[in-house]
Design a protein around this ligand. Structure first.
Ligand code: ATP
Length: 675
C-alpha cells in the first residue's frame, strides 16, 4: 500500500526522459529516507524513485541500485570503499578552501564528516555553477577513486574526491545547511562523503532495496497497460526477485536481464551460474547433542565433521562444454581443462591464494563432470602424519599472489555440498540427493581432495562417539544437517535451523564464539604502556547500521600479538567515536583511543550478562536500557575473512543471552544472515 503513495506526482520535474538520472534526485530520496525510521515509508520513497528511473532512464538503474546499497560492484570484484577519515578531510579542505583546522574542529563538534562536507560546501562562495552531478557519473567517479593503486595513490584519491565535491550541490550551493531541522537535507556533498566512508546511515537495508526494486518493476510493467498491481502482484514480484537474487547475487547480471525479459521471465533467464558466488548457508549453534535430537526429532539427519579451515566455494566450467563462466572474477584460474574460481565466505575472489587447488582441481573430477559449484572447507594438511592441521597453520599463507614455490603449508579440500552440476542448479534438491551427486561426480585424492566425513545416525551414543572422534582428528566438532525434503534444500545466505553445529567447547560454555569489531583501546599498564593493553569491542546491528559495544577485552593476547595489534590499529585511530557507535556515555567507560571500524576478532566468553556500560542488543532484551555483555572474554584470533558488518549481530547476541537464561525455548525461524 505504502508504495502507491504519491504515484501520480512527478517529484523531479527537471529530469527529462532519456536524460541521465540526476544525483540530486537520488539525494532528495536519500534525505526523505533519512528523515523517517518507518520501514514502509522508507520502502515507498525507494520504490517511487526507482519507478521514476525505470520510466525515464532505465539504463541508469544499475548504478542507482549500487549507490543505494552503497556498493560499487559485486563483492567478487574486490572493489571497496571505506576511505579513511584523514584523506576525506584533506579533500574537503582543499575543495572548499577551508583550513584543515576548521574541518577538524567541525568534525569534533558535529561528528559526521558528511555533514561537515555539506556545511563547508554551503559556506563556499560560488564563482561559477558547476555541471550537475549524475548518478552514473558519481558511480564512475567513486569507482575510479576506489581502484586507484600504486605510487602516489593517496594523493590521487584526494584529487578524485575533490573533483566530486567541487561539482556537488551545483543547484543549491551557498544554501545554508540545517543540521537540526533536516539532518543537513539532500546535500550531495553529505552523501558523497558518507558513501566514501562506506556507511550511508539511512537505515536503508539491502533487503528493502530489493523489495523496492521488485515493486517498482511491477508498477512499471503494469503501467504499460494502465493497470496498478494488487498486493498479490507485488508479493509475487518480491518473491521472484528475492529467489533469483539468492541464487544469483549479482545486480550486474540480474538488472540487465530484468530490463530485457521482464519480471515474469526473470527466473528462466537468471539462475545460479558458475562464476557468480552464492552467499553461503550457515549453521545455528547448539549446546548439546540432546538439543540436536530435540530439534530434529522424527527427521532423518546426518552428522559431518566440522573442519577448521576456510570456507571455499569452487566454481568450474570445462572448455569442452557449451557453458561459460558467467562473470569470471579477475583471478580466474585457467588450465587446459577449463576455467576455475574460488570464492571466500565473503564472496571475495580467493583464486590468487590457492593456485595449487586450481591447478589440481581437474584431477579430482570423474569423467563427465563438466561444470560445478562446490561448497568446501580448505584445511591445512600435514603430509607426514596424513592429518589436518590447526587453522593457525592455514593462516600463515598469504591472501594474494601465492606462487607455487612459496607454498609451505599444503591444503586439503574437504567438500561437503554441491550446488550446481553439469548445467543444473541443485540448490532446491534434498541434501541426500546433492550428496549423491557430489560422491558421484568426484574422486578423493589423499591429502588433496576429500569428502567431509559423515555418518547418518540419530543414536545419541553414536553421535557422541563421532563428536569425540572428530575432535581427536583435529576438527571443531560436528555439523548436523537435515537429509530429506524441502527443509534440506540449500538456503543461500541463511543461518538456517536445518544446519546445526555442535562444537567441542560449546559443551561447557555459552555455545559459540563471537566475531566482534574493535572500536577502541586502552593503553596498557606496567610493561605494556607503549601498546594498547585492552580493547573495546562491539557487535553489529544491521537494522540500524550501528555498532553496539559489548565488552572490554584484555585476555588472550601474547606480547607479540599486542605489538602487532598496536601497529595495525594505530593507523586507523580517529579523534572521536563515529556517530554510528553506540556506547555508554559514562566518563569512566570511554576508551583512550577510538578506531575506524575495520578489524573483526573472534572472541570466546564464559557467559553473558546485562550491563549498563555496554549497549549490545539493548533494544532486544528487556534490560531497562542495559546491554548484553560478555563475561571473561578471551581473544582467539583475527577473522580476516569477515568485514565489520559481518560481525556477530545484536540479534544473535540477544538470542544467545535468552538461550542462556532459558528465558525462551523458542526455536526461531531461519534468519537471513546477510541482510
Ligand atoms: P565458525 O566460527 O563456527 O566458523 P561461522 O559463523 O564462520 O562460525 P558457522 O555457520 O558457524 O560459520 O559454521 C559453519 C562453518 O563451518 C562454515 O562456514 C564452514 O566454513 C565450516 N565447516 C567445516 N566443516 C563443515 C561441514 N561439514 N559443513 C558445513 N560447514 C563446515
Amino acid at each position: 500500500k505504502g508504495a502507491s503513495k504519491g504515484a501520480t506526482k512527478d517529484p523531479y520535474p527537471d529530469w527529462k526522459p532519456g536524460e541521465p538520472v540526476p544525483y540530486a534526485a537520488l539525494c532528495t530520496t536519500f534525505s526523505k529516507i533519512e528523515m523517517t525510521t518507518k520501514r514502509l515509508e522508507i520502502l515507498a520513497h525507494c520504490s517511487l524513485f526507482l519507478r521514476q528511473v525505470l520510466r525515464l532512464t532505465p539504463q541508469d538503474l544499475l548504478p542507482t541500485i549500487l549507490l543505494m546499497i552503497n556498493k560499487l560492484a559485486a563483492d567478487y570484484a574486490g572493489i571497496e570503499l571505506g576511505i579513511g577519515e584523514s584523506l576525506i578531510m584533506k579533500a574537503i579542505s582543499e575543495s572548499t578552501g577551508r583550513s584543515l583546522q576548521h574541518i577538524k574542529s567541525d568534525q569534533n563538534e558535529i561528528g559526521d564528516l558528511g555533514l561537515v562536507a555539506a556545511k563547508s560546501r554551503s559556506k563556499q562562495p560560488t564563482m561559477f555553477k558547476p555541471k550537475a552531478l549524475t548518478v552514473a557519473g558519481v558511480h564512475k567517479g567513486l569507482l575510479a577513486i576506489a581502484t586507484i593503486e600504486g605510487q602516489g595513490a593517496q594523493g590521487r584519491k584526494v584529487d578524485g574526491i575533490k573533483k566530486l565535491l567541487s561539482a556537488a550541490d551545483a543547484h543549491n550551493a551557498g544554501k545554508a545547511v540545517d543540521i537540526e531541522k533536516d539532518k543537513g537535507g539532500p546535500s550531495e556533498a553529505k552523501y558523497i562523503v558518507r558513501t566514501l566512508e562506506g556507511k550511508l546511515r539511512l537505515g536503508l537495508a539491502e533487503r528493502t532495496v530489493v523489495v523496492a526494486l521488485a515493486q517498482a518493476m511491477k508498477f512499471h510493467e503494469m503501467s504499460q497497460d494502465d493497470k496498478i498491481p494488487s498486493t498479490t502482484d507485488l508479493a509475487q514480484a518480491e518473491a521472484t526477485l528475492k529467489s533469483v537474487y539468492s541464487e544469483l547475487p549479482s545486480y550486474e547480471v540480474i538488472i540487465p536481464a530484468m530490463l530485457e525479459h521482464g519480471l515474469g521471465k526473470l527466473k528462466d533467464n537468471c539462475q545460479l551460474q558458475p562464476g557468480v558466488p552464492l552467499k553461503p548457508m550457515l549453521a545455528k549453534p547448539t549446546k548439546s547433542i540432546t538439543e540436536v535430537l530435540d530439534r530434529f526429532e522424527g527427521k532423518d539427519f546426518t552428522c559431518e565433521y566440522k573442519y577448521d579451515g576456510e570456507r571455499a566455494q569452487i566454481h568450474f566450467v570445462a572448455h569442452d562444454t557449451s557453458l561459460e563462466m558467467a562473470t569470471a572474477a579477475p583471478a580466474a584460474g585457467k588450465s587446459d581443462k577449463g576455467v576455475a574460481n574460488i570464492f571466500s565466505r565473503n564472496s571475495e575472489d580467493l583464486s590468487k591464494k590457492y593456485p595449487d587447488i586450481l591447478a589440481k582441481l581437474p584431477t579430482w573430477v570423474k569423467e563427465g563432470t563438466k561444470s560445478f559449484v562446490l561448497d568446501c572447507e580448505t584445511v591445512a594438511w600435514d603430509i607426514k602424519e596424513k592429518a589436518v592441521l590447526p587453522f593457525q597453520q592455514l593462516q600463515t599463507r598469504k591472501r594474494k599472489d601465492v606462487k607455487a614455490e612459496d607454498i609451505t603449508v599444503k591444503v586439503c579440500v574437504f567438500a561437503f555440498d554441491i550446488l550446481y552440476l553439469n548445467g543444473e542448479a541443485l540448490v532446491n534438491k534434498s541434501f541426500r540427493e546433492r550428496r549423491e551427486h557430489l560422491l558421484g561426480a568426484f574422486k578423493a585424492v589423499e591429502g588433496e581432495f576429500a569428502f567431509a566425513k559423515y555418518s547418518n545416525t540419530n543414536e545419541l551414543d553414536e553421535i557422541q562417539i563421532l563428536l569425540e572422534d572428530s575432535v581427536k582428528s583435529g576438527c571443531e566438532g560436528l555439523m548436523v544437517k537435515m537429509l530429506d525434503g524441502p527443509e534440506s534444500s540449500y538456503e543461500p545466505s541463511k543461518r538456517s535451523q536445518n544446519w546445526l553445529k555442535v562444537k567441542k567447547d560449546y559443551l561447557a560454555g555459552v555455545g559459540d564464539s563471537l566475531d566482534l569489531v574493535v572500536l577502541g583501546a586502552y593503553y596498557g599498564k606496567g610493561k605494556r604502556t607503549s601498546w594498547y593493553g585492552a580493547f573495546l569491542l562491539a557487535c553489529y546491528n544491521p537494522g540500524t547500521e550501528k555498532y553496539e559495544t559489548v565488552c572490554n577485552i584484555g585476555t588472550g593476547f601474547s606480547e607479540a600479538v599486542l605489538e602487532t595489534l598496536h601497529k595495525q590499529l594505530s593507523e586507523i585511530v580517529i579523534d572521536r567515536p563515529k556517530p554510528f557507535y553506540t556506547h555508554s556515555s559514562g566518563n569512566k567507560d570511554q576508551p583512550d583511543v577510538w578506531f575506524e571500524p575495520r578489524y573483526v576478532w573472534e572472541v570466546k566468553t564464559a557467559d553473558l550478562t546485562l550491563s549498563p556500560r555496554y549497549k549490545a542488543a539493548a533494544d532486544e532484551v528487556a534490560g531497562g536500557g542495559k546491554g548484553v555483555s560478555l563475561r571473561f572474554p578471551r581473544f582467539i584470533k583475527e577473522r580476516e575473512d569477515k568485514k565489520p558488518d559481518m560481525a556477530s549481530t545484536s540479534r544473535m547476541i540477544a538470542e544467545m543471552y535468552s538461550r542462556q537464561e532459558s528465558v525462551s525455548k523458542n526455536k526461531g525461524p531461519s534468519v537471513d544472515d546477510d541482510f
